[in-house]
Design a binder for this molecule. Structure first.
Ligand SMILES: [Zn+2]
Length: 218
């Protein structure tokens, strides 16, 4: 079946599940607006949809997706990344989310571009892919941290480490947004870093007290 037709087939399943027999319940639920408790900032990668991974229903996750699940540092007034900043601000100040999760993942094309940018076989040519190169360069500090501590590691190992470091750097950047900082200080908001292994399906969370990622469900 054509990919577009497949989407329409899926929507028909949604209609059957949510609208045909439960339309009143659906309309009642929809009229109340959204009150999700969680913002998940994930990669655009089609394999890592957080709502599907967590089996979240409609209205349960406020979502932002971008290449390599990056949160840029806060820039007062003159942000170059207004879209992401607006989503975070709306989620915290107006939706009132209680958790923000930045979810990195294995085999991330954005991180591969970041890590390949200074060797002789770049995966993306910055001339043709200047938007990608510019965007992922936000994670240069994570890349430097990995390369400084990865003596003897393979390219694949460096990429895995950079995927995790990138999520942690994004959490650090997130904490620099004034409204996030305030909500965290008031203990109404908690920040989390997750990492999804695409090949094994394992989901890890960062444990600050241990300084490492561990399985979310041992
Ligand atoms: Zn990715």
């Amino acid at each position: 079946m054509d990919a577009y037709e497949e989407l329409i087939r899926g929507y028909k399943v949604f209609r059957k599940e949510y609208l045909d027999s439960k339309f009143e319940a659906y309309r009642n639920w929809a009229s109340k607006g959204q009150k999700p408790k969680t913002l998940i900032i994930g990669c655009s990668d089609s394999r890592v949809n957080p709502a599907i991974l967590t089996q979240a229903g409609l209205g349960e996750v406020f979502a932002v997706n971008n290449v390599a699940n990056i949160v840029p540092p806060y820039e007062k007034g003159l942000s170059h990344h207004k879209s992401l900043g607006a989503a975070i601000q709306y989620a915290v100040n107006h939706v009132g989310v209680e958790h923000i999760i930045v979810m990195g993942h294995s085999d991330c094309g954005g991180i591969a571009a970041l890590m390949a940018s200074d060797d002789n076989t770049p995966r993306f040519d910055a001339g043709e892919d200047d938007y990608i190169a510019d965007w992922v360069s936000i994670l240069e500090p994570a890349k430097r941290a990995v390369l400084e501590n990865s003596g003897g590691s393979s390219r694949e190992e460096c990429c895995r480490l950079a995927e995790m470091e990138g999520a942690l750097l994004s959490i650090q950047n997130l904490a620099g947004y004034p409204w996030v900082r305030q909500a965290v200080a008031e203990k109404s908001l908690t920040l989390h870093a997750w990492y999804f292994h695409v090949d094994s399906g394992e989901l890890l969370s960062y444990r600050p007290e241990e300084g490492r990622f561990r399985r979310l469900c041992p």
